[in-house]
Design a binder for this molecule. Structure first.
Ligand SMILES: [Zn+2]
Length: 347
């Protein structure tokens, strides 16, 4: 993402020195978000000036595999069922369209992975639209909210990892290419009371902040149905192959999950009634228990699926620990269907 200010500086450098610029870009991606609505930014006068009105279009695709390229050619007609979500928590790398979804997904992962001795940093009171409570620990991913214009220690959208912290400072590292293209470790100390202002959690980020990055691991795209064609193209083209990509159409995961849990609870209630057992389960109680179990089966630790396909062994199921009692909260654990049926008491 190139800001208006940076374009202005580049044009100044060219005027002052006559230096030759070579600009590289993909015009199917989102325009620079910090600027006013310029649709055709490849034809903007500043871009043309910097490039001496020369434009070459490359036609051979090197970055993606053929299958992903074909998908990218027709992003508006994608069947998202081809990109199923993996597990309750999906993947630890996520792209969202809205800040709301970004924060929900970050919270899920932060809650799941925080150790007991993590460093809690509350959200700044007037920053609740973008910021959120954070629990920091070694390995926690962070992304810079802005440029460090004063010291150049971090750039907007640069990603870091927490390595340690003490009473005053959080220690972060990132890798940056040096002059010969090798990666050097670059470390950074940030005062604890500045972290919220300067960094976001980075289990999930907005599309605009991922521009320019390539994601080689599995990741999930949220809010697909809200996205413009360019946003879809940008989000999908972060990946390198279709198998690594999961897509969620609309962020109503919780509503949808609630319905799936309710369906099962109704069936349990029916059998408990028939057997004369107690039953005090609610959707909220089951969700709380799933969160407590980190979204994992209590026996095999697989990632439970709440929004599951029929016969999926990883679908969640509520197991009665003592089968002589009914489905009461003190007597249940959540298991994958595979483990539960192996136990021999399906209900
Ligand atoms: Zn299991």
């Amino acid at each position: 993402m190139i800001t208006k200010e940076l374009w202005r500086r580049l044009a100044f450098v060219k005027r002052a020195t006559g230096v030759i610029f070579l600009l590289l870009g993909d015009d199917k991606q989102l325009p620079p978000v910090e600027d006013e609505a310029i649709d055709d930014y490849f034809n903007h006068s500043a871009v043309k000036y910097l490039c001496n009105n020369n434009r070459n279009i490359l036609t051979v695709m090197k970055r993606f595999n053929i299958e992903l390229k074909e998908i990218l050619n027709d992003v508006e007609n994608i069947d998202i069922n081809r990109f199923p979500v993996k597990g309750v928590f999906a993947t630890p790398i996520n792209i969202a369209y809205t800040h709301k979804t970004r924060k929900v997904v970050n919270k899920k992962w932060n809650d799941k992975l925080k150790p007991n001795n993590s460093l809690y940093i509350p959200v700044i009171e007037d920053d609740k639209k973008y910021g959120q409570d954070m629990y920091l620990y070694s390995g926690c991913p962070m992304i810079a909210r802005m440029n460090d214009n004063k010291n150049g220690m971090y750039m907007n959208n640069e990603t870091f990892e927490v390595v340690d912290y003490d009473d005053d400072v959080v220690y972060l590292i990132t890798e940056r290419p040096n002059d010969v293209g090798e990666l050097d470790v670059h470390s950074l100390e940030v005062a604890i009371d500045s972290i919220q202002k300067l960094f976001y959690l980075n289990y999930c980020t907005t599309i605009h902040k991922t521009q320019g990055t390539t994601i080689k691991d599995a990741f999930t795209i949220w809010d697909w149905n809200h996205m413009s064609k360019k946003a879809k193209y940008t989000a999908l083209s972060r990946g390198t192959c279709p198998e690594n990509i999961s897509i969620v159409g609309k962020y109503e995961e919780d509503d949808n999950n609630d319905n799936k849990i309710r369906e099962k609870l109704n069936a349990y209630l029916q059998t408990d009634k028939e057997k004369g057992f107690d039953n005090d389960l609610t959707v909220e109680k089951v969700k709380t228990l799933i969160q407590k179990q980190n979204g994992e089966c209590n026996i095999c630790n697989c990632d439970l699926k709440i929004d599951y396909a029929p016969n999926d062994r990883q679908q969640f199921s509520v197991d009665r620990i003592d089968s002589r009692q009914g489905h009461v909260y003190s007597n249940i654990q959540v298991l994958c269907w595979g483990c539960n049926s192996a136990k021999g008491n399906r209900f």
